[in-house]
Write a protein that binds this ligand. Structure first.
Ligand code: TYM
Length: 336
């Protein structure tokens, strides 16, 4: 019988293997990917080309890239249902990245908050790649004609620039690119540092950051020490501007357990932070336990991992090639 099911929409995203994956990456991005597996045609990659905008130790980058792939799978991304690949294995990213740099404006790139933050943090190495990074990210997305890009809140600006680049290109050359939409969930899109709830959780602040492969005791210690608030109310109540630390912990707990803020308030009514903080820690430890075990098991099987990323690159290249061929023709390159 003929297959008449409509084609699934395409979902695509990536994470830089510039550090170990943390709870922000998991709750802001990966968990969302896993939950949407059946609904979409999925492409997820290790954004290794992006990481060299900041100096990396080569052996660490290689190890973290493979570890990140093992973690994607351990978090629930089935390689049979998701195309998992390493960005640098599909050379079309670099090629379309160059072309899109010629359709991205200097002013646009100068407004990117990630560029401003990173050029402050790495003032000794403000290289051209750090500046044009969003054009490469646009290429990552547009190569696959992605409909949705599931990311955390901090990547929204880059996704919006991708849309602007796609629209600009399409206005000149006709309908070449699908104009993608960011796919950002309500809870978990911006996990804050446990030590400083006014800045986002990030690997550059290891005390406020919970890594997916961290030992349970260390995770519990970080949650017990988490900053709550300076008032004396000692009451679990969702009030982000008054109590950002408590709101952040409630967001983490809600994202993991699926409970609403009201349910959480009721659960901890009269119990105070002394009971709440370890309860959030335990929920995180129990979520991460099977992921940690699975990661160790997968990492031990090098042949399996190699098979996954090779097949992934082959499938990804098929789509990427198609788009790049069209782009080359449109901009006027002679066919070879
Ligand atoms: P990266 O590697 O910084 O982060 C990966 C994903 O994790 C999300 N995230 C967070 N979500 C919630 N709370 C946090 N504290 C938190 N920290 C990180 C990010 O929003 C992101 O979804 N430029 C991208 C990588 C990239 C990409 C792409 C993404 C390259 N090409 C194409 C999508 C599509 C980046 O640096 O994310």
């Amino acid at each position: 019988m003929e297959n008449t099911a409509p084609a699934k929409k395409i979902m695509l995203s990536g994470i830089q293997p510039s550090g170990d994956l943390h709870l922000g990456n998991y709750l802001g991005a990966i968990k969302n990917w896993v939950e949407r597996t059946e609904e979409f045609d999925n492409y997820y990659f290790m954004a290794d080309m992006h990481t060299i905008t900041v100096r990396q130790t080569p052996a660490d980058l290689r190890r973290r890239t493979l570890q990140q792939l093992a973690q994607y799978i351990a978090c629930g991304l089935d390689p049979q249902k998701n195309t998992l690949f390493i960005q640098s294995h599909v050379h079309e990213h670099a090629e379309l990245g160059w072309i899109l740099q010629c359709y991205t404006m200097y002013g646009e790139l100068s407004r990117m908050t990630q560029f401003k933050d990173k050029s402050q943090k790495h003032s000794e190495n403000i290289n051209a790649g750090l500046f044009t990074y969003p054009s490469l990210m646009a290429a990552d997305i547009l190569l696959y004609q992605a409909d949705y890009v599931p990311v955390g809140e901090d990547q929204k600006q880059h996704c919006e620039l991708t849309r602007d680049i796609a629209i600009r290109f399409n206005n000149i050359y006709g309908n070449v690119f699908k104009v993608p939409e960011p796919y950002i969930q309500k809870v978990g899109a911006r996990i804050m540092s446990l030590g400083n709830p006014s800045s986002k959780m990030s690997k550059s602040d290891p005390n406020g950051c919970v890594f997916l492969l961290e030992k349970p005791d260390d995770i519990m210690r970080k949650f017990k020490k988490a900053v709550t608030d300076s008032d004396t109310e000692n009451c679990v109540r969702f009030a982000p501007s008054e109590k950002p630390g408590v709101a952040n912990l409630m967001g983490i707990y809600s994202s993991i357990t699926g409970k609403s803020y009201e349910e959480i308030e009721n659960e901890f009514a009269g119990k105070g932070y002394g009971a709440f903080k370890p309860a959030v820690g335990e929920a995180v430890v129990e979520t991460l336990r099977p992921i940690q075990e699975e990661t160790a098991r997968i990492l031990a099987d090098k042949a399996y991992l190699e098979n996954v990323y090779k097949e992934g690159a082959e499938k990804a290249s098929y789509l990427a090639r198609k788009t790049l061929r069209k782009v080359y023709k449109k901009v006027g390159f002679v066919e070879r």
